[in-house]
Write a protein that binds this ligand. Sequence first.
Ligand code: PLP
Ligand code: SF4
Length: 358
Amino acid sequence: MSEEWKDQITNQINSLEKLEEIINLTESEREAIKTLDTHWGTTPYFASLMDKDDPECPIRKQVVPSLQESHNKYGMKDYLVWKENRATEEVRPDSIARQYKDRVAFTVFQECGIYCRHCFRKELVVSHDLKLDFNVDDGIEWIRQHPEVRDVLITGGDPLLLSDEKIEYIIESLRDIPHVEMIRIGSRLPIVLPHRITDNLKRILGGYHDVPIWLNTQCNHPKEITDKTKRAVYDLVSAGVNVGNQAVLLKGINDDVQTIRDLHQKLLTARIRPYYLFYCEPAPGIDHFRTPVEKGAELIRDGLRGHTTGLAQPMYVIATNVGKIPLMPDYYMVDKDEEKYVLRNHRGELTEIPNIPE
Ligand SMILES: *Cc1c(COP(=O)(O)O)cnc(C)c1O
Ligand code: SF4
């Protein structure tokens, strides 16, 4: 029996003709598709969320190539080799990226449900300039031989595009390694292809197990959350999989107080716990999505912290070659002396608590 999610992949919207059946393209969008040498595409489901006539639609901008992608002033060359510490002495299979002692990113697949225009892994998943070998068994063997690794983040591309059998094999193999305490999955599919959360996938990922699964998805705008998303997340959560979000701060898409607040509130209505808000990384060809670094901290200060539910707060970070570095707002501690701390809240009101010596 063919499954709906597989049809969504077979019927991907990845040609000018198919896209023009869904939205009215501008001249410049059409030119970008015709002239840029780039891999692009989306599931029909996610495409249906695009505004037909508005080129500024936040979903459309993540899907449709732009001529601005050819202007690259700040993007770093060979970004992923730098970012994922691929040029180090330590011998590791291509599938293992390492920045920390106790956890690694395990890249198992390079296709995606949509090819996000802002992707920092563009060289790998969009342009295919970086060619890696994703032999899963080599990665699993490397993890088995590194007892200090207690947390494995399965990533891609989108790992949930692999077949059920392959996913089950990876999860079971990792759960067989005594030092692996938890497994994480990075997947945009709950947002761009919620149909992927099938009964059989729930069986594979779910159920009680000593080695739990935490799934982080990527949702950047409230328009991306539908009843289908909510159902897919409910299915994951009720099966025992924890679901979080890693949003990317994107100029013209979510870099204003109202959108960032609506996004994080709406995530909670879909049972998704905000985890990170990422500064848009200095990868090539995505200059036009990047804000000043301070922007994310300002949005949290002016829109989230204190202004809404505490659970709606992501941590704002920049992902670098030496790990993720927090860039959170810094306004709380106004003053400190031997007797007291002076603290400020989100309304600008001051309060004091005693300074207790060690
Ligand atoms: C993001 C990332 C992790 C996980 O980082 P957390 O802050 O624990 O979520 C681990 N390894 C690599 C290489 C990463 O890029
Ligand atoms: S889903 Fe992730 S890896 Fe794939 S294109 Fe989007 S940002 Fe890149």
